[in-house]
Design a protein around this ligand. Structure first.
Ligand code: SF4
Ligand code: SF4
Length: 274
């Protein structure tokens, strides 16, 4: 397996998947539904600005998020969907200066987030297959994804992403099937809430979409372990080598508990809280 899936042919696409809050209108702090129990300041509906969002779209309590235990705010990553939404059609204003377009802007943010997430997985998928036909299918989907993310807001929403999503899901399942010993078609979403896996060999295990909230994965062997869409909130990743685990995202890592001995796959950053 390639050591850095994000360092090859598609490395030029990675910068678009990094949030740039300076170029954004604070979309995650407005567009999303938030719950206090998930580590946000208060329950709020989608489309309602957070009480701490400043007029300049900065977080008014950014420096205190850790002390205030705002784990939801600290974990969230938009994969670059925020600034892209803000910049496409920026001549039309933002959700605040042009409230008539706010709903379209929020929906676009949601769609672009999903497209960027698919792109993240596809780029990693490209490094996980040596089969030429599968590689060509991944390449075609990456190009389709790129075309869709360049569309203006209205056209993107009209185009819909269901077909693209379905093709990507099927391809990812096929690739996961070639990595894992388990059959992805028959795998059910599994609940491992709080489960103690400490020091277990979980190589090639498929945890796709599993609930691993507060699970203890400390010291596990996780070579080509699949974490696609798994909920890792408060999972213990201390002293654990995830460098060869696959389909992890920054948001999953941000929501888990690790330390300086935790090793991460290429392309992911160590959260400052670790
Ligand atoms: S939506 Fe993304 S870019 Fe915008 S403020 Fe939130 S994290 Fe930053
Ligand atoms: S507390 Fe800050 S980061 Fe969290 S939702 Fe509110 S403005 Fe955004």
């Amino acid at each position: 397996m390639e050591q850095n899936p994000f360092g090859g042919k598609y490395s030029c696409l990675i910068k678009d998947l990094e949030p740039d809050c300076e170029k954004c209108s604070g979309l995650c702090c407005v567009a999303l539904y938030c719950a206090k129990t998930d580590g946000f300041p208060a329950d709020k509906g989608a489309g309602t600005p957070c009480q701490y969002l400043s007029p300049d779209f900065r977080c008014g309590i950014h420096a205190d998020l850790k002390d205030r235990k705002m784990s939801g705010c600290l974990a969230y990553e938009c994969l670059g969907a925020g600034q892209k939404t803000t910049q496409i059609d920026s001549s039309g204003g933002d959700w605040k200066t042009d409230p008539g377009r706010a709903e379209t802007i929020f929906q676009t943010f949601s769609v672009l987030f999903q497209l960027h997430q698919i792109l993240w997985y596809l780029i990693e998928a490209a490094s996980l297959t040596s089969d030429e036909k599968t590689a060509a299918a991944v390449d075609a989907l990456i190009r389709e994804n790129q075309q869709m993310t360049q569309l203006p807001h209205g056209s993107l929403l009209k185009a819909g992403i269901a077909g693209h999503k379905s093709k990507a899901n099927n391809l990812l399942k096929k690739i996961i099937g070639s990595i894992s010993a388990e059959d992805p078609a028959s795998r059910q979403k599994a609940d491992f809430f709080g489960k103690n896996f400490r020091k277990t060999n979980l190589d090639r295990k498929d945890f796709s979409m599993s609930l691993l909230i507060a699970a203890d994965l400390e010291g596990c062997s996780l070579d080509r372990t699949v974490f696609l869409g798994a909920d890792l909130r408060d999972a213990n990743l201390k002293n654990t080598d995830l460098s060869r685990s696959v389909f992890l995202t920054q948001m999953q890592i941000n929501s888990a508990k690790g330390n300086r001995n935790t090793r991460l796959p290429a392309g992911l950053r160590r959260p400052s809280a670790w």
